[in-house]
Design a protein around this ligand. Structure first.
Ligand SMILES: NC(=O)c1ccc[n+]([C@@H]2O[C@H](COP(=O)([O-])OP(=O)(O)OC[C@H]3O[C@@H](n4cnc5c(N)ncnc54)[C@H](OP(=O)(O)O)[C@@H]3O)[C@@H](O)[C@H]2O)c1
Length: 242
């Protein structure tokens, strides 16, 4: 894709969760480069605004924190035009070694977080009759991998929730896109060390965060009549453990 016009999203407000690093950071930077004012949410960000970027510290698993952050966005920036549910966590363990806390924490971040953000904003986007929810899924939202009990449960669930959202919003003017990448070279892989394990795509062959950001930007810059329902991305050369 050629570089988008720096005014393609001028005047638009985008909210991106998990935007302090990795895919979320790349998405935030690319939406900002296309002219949007971007609100980044993550636990490790300090509140503040610089130019067309606002940062809000927010744990998306905490209903009160999400309510507070969404309230700030609505009062300070207005109704977001683009909402990207990206924050997520990932680990690999066989089911018997997955602790109840591992499991519930993964569902809390990857599934409850997007639910809380979406439910707080749906009435506003629907009331305006325009807007775009983008869900960052994963290849694990439609393919099963060993060691992925919790992650697959969260991402298959996220796909299900996203599909229901699309059905509920189909007559409202609000668009919905799920972007499902294979392995992307981000800090999420640091504790796993895929280069040192067999059966994993090497980091140098993985997608880059910017590749996913390009897919998001493509979806949100189509003509309003076009809803890009789903984008799946894989590295051209990959090795996926089964
Ligand atoms: N990398 C891959 O191979 C890959 C492939 C397919 C899909 N994905 C998906 O892409 C998304 C981003 O992954 P990534 O690879 O970019 O991961 P990453 O580099 O580890 O970044 C994760 C982001 O989520 C934020 N986050 C984590 N827990 C949070 C919480 N409770 N509340 C708010 N923010 C939270 C982190 O910020 P703080 O720690 O500061 O909160 C960080 O900004 C995830 O949904 C992941 O499942 C990744």
């Amino acid at each position: 894709m050629s570089d988008p016009s720096p005014t393609a999203l001028a005047g638009k407000v985008a909210l991106v969760t998990g935007a302090s690093r990795g895919i979320g950071l790349a998405v935030a930077e690319s939406l900002q480069a296309a002219g949007a004012h971007v609100v980044r949410l993550a636990r490790g960000l300090a509140d503040g605004t610089t130019g067309r970027r606002t940062d809000l510290r927010c744990d998306v698993t905490d209903p009160a924190a999400v309510e507070r952050a969404v309230g700030r966005v609505l009062s300070d920036r207005g109704i977001p035009d683009i909402v990207v549910n990206n924050a997520g966590i990932f680990f690999i363990k066989p089911v018997a070694e997955t602790t109840p806390d591992d499991f519930s924490r993964t569902l809390a971040v990857n599934l409850t977080g997007p639910f809380l953000v979406t439910r707080a904003l749906v009435p506003h986007l629907v009331g305006r009759g325009a807007g775009h929810f983008v869900t960052i899924g994963s290849i694990s939202d439609h393919v099963a991998f060993t060691g992925s009990t919790a992650y697959a449960a969260s991402k298959f669930g996220l796909r299900g929730m996203h599909e229901v959202l699309r059905a509920e919003l189909s007559r409202t003017g609000v668009r919905t896109t799920i972007v499902s990448p294979g392995p992307v070279d981000t800090p999420i892989w640091d504790p796993i060390d895929p280069d040192g394990r067999s059966g994993f795509t090497k980091r140098s062959a993985m997608l880059q965060a910017g590749d996913v950001a390009e897919a998001v930007l493509f979806a949100v810059t189509r003509a309003p009549r076009v809803d890009v329902t789903e984008i799946r991305l894989l590295p051209t050369v990959y090795s996926l453990r089964g």
